[in-house]
Structures are given as structure tokens and as C-alpha cells.
Design a protein around this ligand. Structure first.
Ligand code: 13P
Ligand code: SF4
Length: 320
């Protein structure tokens, strides 16, 4: 099935919605998915929100996760009774590749007594070796919580160096980057000059950016938050026809433009696209719904890793 025109998109969306009901499937989608996928999802959210939905609010036997691998792995770890499937299992998050479990253990040996926190954008194997996980929306609370628990004035944190810097600025906690370098290829290329240029064109617009952006970009923003945090910021400030400049991936910008048609929403740059997120397509979801029993699409985390990673994830949910 080739889906190209608007009419073909709508027709395939209808087919998918019918198949989804018939086959006992919940579709979870991240904000960076294409709009046409967000429209057929049961839930759209940020990493934290989707983890909670996977754990607490999915009544179907099957979950199709339109996102990247660490998100589907997290859903499977938190809800081991479910069959979690991805439209394309090649959709990984390159940020997660900066850190593996062995490196976490090497750092823990080098810094005894210092808690290790990893961003949810990491592999299940990495999560299994750490003390707690966090997302962009709860990083501050989680790091403060674990610091108190360990009574340590330092925290190991990775793999995103920009999020680490953001938390350091906000809390004053001494953060040791784990490893030395780690960034998201989509957010890390956003420059202060990109934001300044759009702000010059729209001087009254409020600026909101993701904490994976560099400090020079964050310092220009009126608000910094996870995708859900940015969405809520726009939602509560839509009055008086406010305009917004958004520093994150294009799928999110398109979603906000659709939901708030009376406000002008400007991307910092339309080319900020996560190619990994875009590996999911309507066509692949349609094919998956017709092949639900094919284990090729099933996300599995071995029990010995899942059991340890679940402890770090549950601790995150406790602190957030
Ligand atoms: P959020 O948790 O803010 O949705 O971020 C996920 C992500 O991958 C950002 O690049
Ligand atoms: Fe990973 Fe960046 Fe894509 Fe988010 S936007 S999934 S951090 S590569």
C-alpha cells in the first residue's frame, strides 16, 4: 500500500483505526512522530507520560509503540505482561549509543558512593546498571531525590551533556558527565543564532526549547521543558494571541500548530527532524496490524536485564 495523497492518508487512517479495535491494540505515539501517526494514536506524549500510560492505562494485550527503541523497551519492562511491538525496530535513538552498561560500572568503581542516574534515552542494558532513570520532565526532582538518598554531593549523569548542564544550572548539584560526551544530533545542532534570527522576525513571540539544547540556546528561552512541558506551556499561554518560537523536533511543532490554530507557532528551523522517529510510517503500522503474531516486530528485553532496569525505572516514578 503506497500512501501519498491526503485522501490516501485518511483512508489508511480509517483502516488502521478499525484494525486496531478489532485486534486488541493500543497505539502509543511520541510527539516527534508524523502528524498522521499522532492522529491515529490512543495516546500521544513525552517519554515520562508514555511510560506511565504503558504501565497503568493500557488494557489491551498488544501495544504498538510508534517512537524509538528505548521507549518501547521501557513500556515492555514496566508492563511485562504485554506484547510490545514496533512498526520498525531499526528506529533507535543515537543518543542512547553514547553509554553502555560497562561504562556505567567503570564510573561507579571510579566514584564509589556516588549515585548513577541515566536519562531514559538509554538502552535497557544501561538502565539495568544504574541507580535511577530520569526523563527530561523529571530530571531535577529525580537527581535531588537520589542525591538525598545517597547523601552524596555529586551525581553521575548521562548520556546527554546538555540535560546534565541544565540540571546543574538549576540545582547547583555537582554533576559528573557519564561518559564525557553525549548529545542528541537533532537538538545539539540548534544554535543561538538560529533562535536570534527567528526572534528578530517575530519579536513578540515567546520562546520555548527542549533541555537537550545547548546552554547558549536555553539562555535565550522564556521556557525550557520536555515535549509535554512545552505543550502545556503553549496551552496555558495561548491567550491574547501570543506567538511562540519552538526549539525542538518538527513533529512537535506541527502538533502544536494543529492544536492551537489561533496562535502563530514558528519552528526555530523546519529542518530539525529526528530521522529515527520518522522510520515509523502509517504503512508500516498498517502492515504490522496485519501481522501482529510475527515476532519480528516484538520488543523483548531479557528477564535478567528487565528485572534490574525495572527497579531503576520504578525508582524514577517514585521520585517524579
Ligand atoms: P521528551 O521526553 O521530552 O518527549 O523527549 C524525548 C526525546 O527523545 C527528546 O529528544
Ligand atoms: Fe534520540 Fe534526539 Fe531523536 Fe530524541 S530527537 S529520539 S534524543 S535522536
Amino acid at each position: 500500500m503506497m500512501i501519498q495523497t491526503n485522501q490516501e492518508i485518511q483512508e489508511s487512517q480509517k483502516l488502521i483505526l478499525n484494525l486496531k479495535k478489532e485486534k486488541d491494540v493500543t497505539i502509543l505515539a511520541h510527539y516527534y512522530q508524523t502528524l498522521e501517526i499522532q492522529e491515529i494514536a490512543d495516546y500521544v506524549g513525552d517519554s515520562l507520560g508514555l511510560s506511565k500510560i504503558a504501565r497503568d492505562h493500557t488494557n489491551t494485550k498488544n501495544i504498538i509503540f510508534a517512537g524509538v527503541l528505548f521507549m518501547a523497551e521501557t513500556a515492555s519492562i514496566l508492563n511485562p505482561g504485554k506484547r510490545v511491538l514496533m512498526p520498525d525496530k531499526q528506529a533507535g535513538c543515537p543518543l542512547a549509543s553514547f553509554l553502555d552498561g560497562n561504562t556505567v560500572n567503570t564510573y561507579k568503581e571510579k566514584y564509589p558512593g556516588v549515585p548513577a542516574v541515566v536519562y531514559i534515552n538509554s538502552t535497557a542494558e544501561t538502565k539495568a546498571e544504574t541507580d535511577v532513570v530520569c526523563t527530561s520532565s523529571n530530571a531535577i526532582k529525580v537527581i535531588q531525590g537520589i542525591q538525598n538518598e545517597f547523601k552524596s554531593n555529586k551525581v553521575l549523569f548521562g548520556p546527554d551533556e546538555n540535560l546534565a548542564d541544565y540540571v546543574k544550572q538549576k540545582t547547583g548539584i555537582n554533576i559528573i558527565n557519564l561518559p564525557d560526551e553525549g548529545f542528541c544530533y537533532v537538538h545539539n545542532v540548534i544554535k543561538d543564532l538560529d533562535v536570534i534570527k527567528v526572534k528578530k522576525e517575530h519579536p513578540n513571540a515567546l520562546i520555548t526549547v527542549h533541555p537537550e539544547c545547548k546552554r547558549e540556546v536555553r539562555e535565550l528561552a522564556d521556557h525550557i521543558g520536555s515535549t509535554k512541558g512545552m505543550y502545556d506551556y503553549v496551552k496555558i499561554n495561548t491567550s491574547k494571541g501570543n506567538e511562540f518560537i519552538i526549539g525542538t523536533e518538527l513533529g512537535f511543532v506541527q502538533r502544536v500548530q494543529k492544536d492551537f490554530p489561533n496562535n502563530k507557532i514558528y519552528p526555530v528551523n523546519e529542518n530539525f527532524i529526528c530521522r529515527n522517529m520518522k522510520l515509523s510510517t502509517l504503512e508500516k503500522i498498517f502492515n504490522l496490524l496485519n501481522n501482529l503474531n510475527n515476532d519480528k516486530h516484538k520488543v523483548t528485553v531479557p528477564d535478567n536485564i528487565a528485572n534490574k532496569a525495572r527497579i531503576s525505572l520504578e525508582k524514577m516514578l517514585k521520585y517524579s
